[in-house]
Design a protein around this ligand. Sequence first.
Ligand code: SF4
Length: 237
Amino acid sequence: MGGMRDDVSPIETSSSGVQANMPDAAKAEHMLKVRQREAQLFSEAGLAVLKQRALSVIGPAMDTRSRLAKRVLTAESRRKAVIWLRHAADALSTTVASEVACRPGCSACCRQGILVSEAEADVIGKAIHRTPIKSPPSAIMVSVGLGQKPEEMDLSRFDGVPCTFLMGDRCSIWSERPVMCRLQASFDRDALLCEIVPDEQIQVPYVDASPEKALYLAKVGVGMLLADIRDWFPPNH
Ligand code: SF4
């Protein structure tokens, strides 16, 4: 495939966000565990283990990943590209399932920013019979060489804010959830590092889905508005 490399790192470390209302004592106890886990996971030996576990599942799936990437790249319309991107994201998710912390009922990812393009918001809206907000004020236009880039978007205002579609720690639009939700997974053994803690930066060994994210921007992002899922579909709209 064009943008996918065989030598791509299978691990992407990123920071989880912040959440208000955690009592000081509980926060201190939690953060002690967090820092111990980070020290273990991100030591030289810990990183070697993480990488080995990641490669053991991702390595054999590279052909499938490349095949689906080609389907995305050759999709005739943005709508079809969204559908193929879902297949690609689901395939990656299935591939890593035995090695990641993600379990039913865990919703830490649903309290962070989730980028959705205008094209994908339309696909989701039609499926769930809701009209996305037209041109949300916070949206940016993604363009090549000019204009804003997605990484310039500050989604920290959504740290700790439940997604519109989170109901009782479950996604209420599971089959229609955004591609970015499907791509989020941690190679840790549990969700300790995914929990959002006030004013703390925490490293999470996320599955590196950068090839799929690049495809997303190329096929359904460039030339379109990009905004958070809550901007397209606010509660009570
Ligand atoms: S759409 Fe579903 S999976 Fe994605 S953040 Fe919202 S509740 Fe979570």
